[in-house]
Ligand binder design. Structure first.
Ligand SMILES: Cc1cc2nc3c(=O)[nH]c(=O)nc-3n(C[C@H](O)[C@H](O)[C@H](O)COP(=O)(O)OP(=O)(O)OC[C@H]3O[C@@H](n4cnc5c(N)ncnc54)[C@H](O)[C@@H]3O)c2cc1C
Length: 394
């Protein structure tokens, strides 16, 4: 009998297990992961940005955690010799109609108590010589990191505290009893007093097989990237973002310097026909049918038909993708970019047709389910883990 059983070896599950080893050092803890390695899915396929918290509604969990996280994550990385860099980013308005949105974003950043400055085209040229823009926000507190390295350090900490990690172990059945939960994984069964569901792209399914009423479903949105060829990397000195469309939870295609020195452009956001489908051609009948048969999906598809169509065009046409990037760096060309590895985001959509913006958690007597942990959940992972551990009865 375990005290706590965590499903999902991504950064959220690992951070939660780590927080529990700190809160309750005597507890018997296990983490189970269906893949042969940890942090493979969202945690291993992202932009590697330490977000500052500028975009998030004040008082939301996202805003609270990204602000707290700066210090918490950096202290953890210093302790474990994990490289990171606070390189800063610019959010650039390139058209007149974006200026009021940029000003609103600036105000939101100030409400979130961030250290920001508004800069004009000349200052922008000093920071990013290849970027063209009317006005920009310079965000100093944004950084870059490799989240798989953080995940590996968390796993080491968990094991050193006698926590057990089981790879190649897929949860198939969950049954609640009087004193806890039985979790069936192929030919192995785990018993636990408390179950913690951090299954990312499959979190809604784990909740459903346990009989939780969650009023949401995960919709997988693939984010596709290009990499800038080494001889053109000098065109990107920091991180360069457009002004995001406030109607969507995604930030628009941008340029990101990675901690390994490479520079990536993207990600876009297109519906994936498979929950863990990294290629355009990846298809899974069950995953696809579930989306197609979910009325809330059609509601948002109808409301966003124009944007959705543009995203599909941008996914299939490199020319269209490059055109979006040229709004920020006019001199970037098709030939400067090669296709890179993609990621898939787990985005929760309610039955009423609302894309859930904030982190979303539900619980009952024997379990807690993290049902929406999109970006910046990697940035905020240590705070999310701590927050979840505090919700769990001792
Ligand atoms: C394209 C993209 C770019 C992003 N950029 C950033 C960024 O720059 N900064 C940032 O902070 N965030 C970013 N994010 C978001 C961030 O990566 C995620 O929020 C974070 O990794 C979520 O972690 P997780 O542990 O919840 O999910 P995951 O990393 O997906 O982990 C969930 C784990 O659960 C396992 N699992 C699922 N079902 C089962 C089962 N039945 N049995 C056992 N195990 C199971 C999976 O195999 C997986 O390993 C980005 C995400 C994407 C996709």
């Amino acid at each position: 009998m375990y005290d706590y059983l965590i499903v999902g070896g991504g950064i959220v599950g690992l951070s939660t297990a780590y927080a529990l080893t700190k809160r309750d050092p005597q507890a018997k803890i296990a983490l189970i992961e269906k893949e042969s390695s940890l942090a493979y899915h969202q945690t291993g396929h992202n932009s590697g940005v330490i977000h500052s918290g500028i975009y998030y509604k004040p008082r939301s969990l996202k805003a609270k955690f990204s602000k707290e996280e700066g210090k918490r994550l950096r202290a953890f990385c210093d302790l474990h010799d994990i490289p990171y860099e606070l390189c800063g980013k610019v959010i650039v308005a390139t058209e007149q109609e974006e200026l009021p949105l940029l000003d609103r974003l600036y105000q939101r950043g100030l409400d979130n108590k961030l250290d920001l400055s508004i800069i004009g085209p000349e200052q922008l040229k000093e920071i990013e010589p290849h970027v063209a823009g009317l006005k920009a926000i310079w965000v100093k507190e944004t950084g870059i990191i490799h989240y798989q390295q953080v995940a590996r350090a968390l796993a080491k900490e968990i094991q050193e505290a006698n926590g057990e990690i089981f790879l190649n172990t897929k949860v198939e059945k969950v049954q609640e009893g009087k004193h806890g939960v039985m979790v069936e994984c192929g030919n192995r069964t785990f018993e636990t007093r408390y179950l913690i569901n951090c299954a990312g792209l499959h979190c809604d399914r784990i909740a459903a097989i346990q009989g939780m009423k969650t009023n949401m479903k995960i919709i997988p949105f693939r984010g596709e990237y290009y990499e800038i060829k080494p001889n053109k990397r000098h065109m990107v000195k920091h991180l360069i973002y457009p002004v995001p469309n406030p109607k969507f939870p995604f930030l628009g295609v941008h340029f990101t310097r990675m901690i390994d020195g490479s520079v990536h452009a993207g990600p876009n956001a297109v519906l994936s026909m498979k929950r863990e489908g990294y290629l355009k051609t990846d298809f899974d009948f069950k995953d696809f049918a579930e989306v197609m048969l979910y009325p809330a999906f059609w509601k948002i598809a109808r409301q966003n038909i124009g944007e959705g169509f543009k995203e599909i065009v941008r996914s299939f046409s490199k020319k269209a993708f490059v055109k979006s990037l040229q709004r920020l760096i006019p001199a970037i060309m098709d030939d400067d970019l090669v296709a890179s590895e993609n990621g898939v985001r787990a985005q929760a959509l309610t039955r009423e047709g609302k894309l859930i913006d904030d982190f979303f958690v539900v619980s009952n007597e024997h379990s807690i389910h993290i049902l929406n942990a999109p970006s910046p959940a990697a940035t905020s992972s240590l705070s999310i883990g701590h927050y979840i551990s505090e919700q769990i009865p001792g």
